[in-house]
Design a protein around this ligand. Sequence first.
Ligand code: SF4
Ligand code: SF4
Length: 276
Amino acid sequence: MPDDQKKTIIIDYNKCVSCGICASICPHKALEMVNGYPEVTGTCKVCGLCAGSCITNAISMFATKFKDESILAEIAKGNIIACRRKSKEGTTLLCISRLDMIHIAEAIAKHGSVAIMSCGSDCRNFPGAIEAESKVKAMMIALEKLGLEKERISINEPSKAFSTPTMEIARLLTAVAKDRNVRALVAKMRSIVEDGNVYREKVNLEKYEQILSNAIDTAIKVEKILKVVEDEAKISAIAEKTGMKKEEILSTVIEMRRRGLVEVEGEDELAVRVVR
Ligand code: SF4
Ligand code: SF4
């Protein structure tokens, strides 16, 4: 498979899990699933939506300045992230489509708040701006679950001043931003709410947000458990260290086992072992 996708994007096929989301959301139908993996087969406009939405961060931009490392380094200098058509201030992206929830988490970790400058309905890579709003929405839900104000993120308004969160809260926010299930739900928001499933059964926005909220909850719990289980730990020890109830630890551990993150063993009391 090509690792140089016509000098526009680079796909790390070792990270790709063949979910097909990138191909389905590309605004220019430039990506196609070929033998189960995405390839640039059309005209890529380098909007970055696929890179900012890939559930495993398998896609990066070909140009160094639009890679996550460069964007995160820019974000460290200030808390504005903007489409370059909208603003020349702060971290300018070729299109707000390129926005990744990880960028939002990093801005809040470094500055306490972030201002997103978007072209909104004038987006040249429609629905890039709508996808950016979905990412903002998810991160606002995560902020509230972590006891922080959702007003730490503003769109097309100056940012509000907040103190930086603790390292622990910042770590949990980043974990939500990287969580595959959360990323998949965010990327599929329009198709879930507007198009429905294969039977054309639609999920209303309220129900969608509940599903997203549950996924964010799980992402936070997974990260809390992973932090305290260095190698192996009993459920009671996890409960003591995290303050979580045993029932919620058990249900989270079942999900973690499904994802291949941990193994579970024991009869009288279950022990959780992290899969390395
Ligand atoms: S979104 Fe990411 S993981 Fe899914 S098919 Fe595209 S490159 Fe692969
Ligand atoms: S960068 Fe934009 S146009 Fe190019 S493949 Fe990704 S989503 Fe499609």
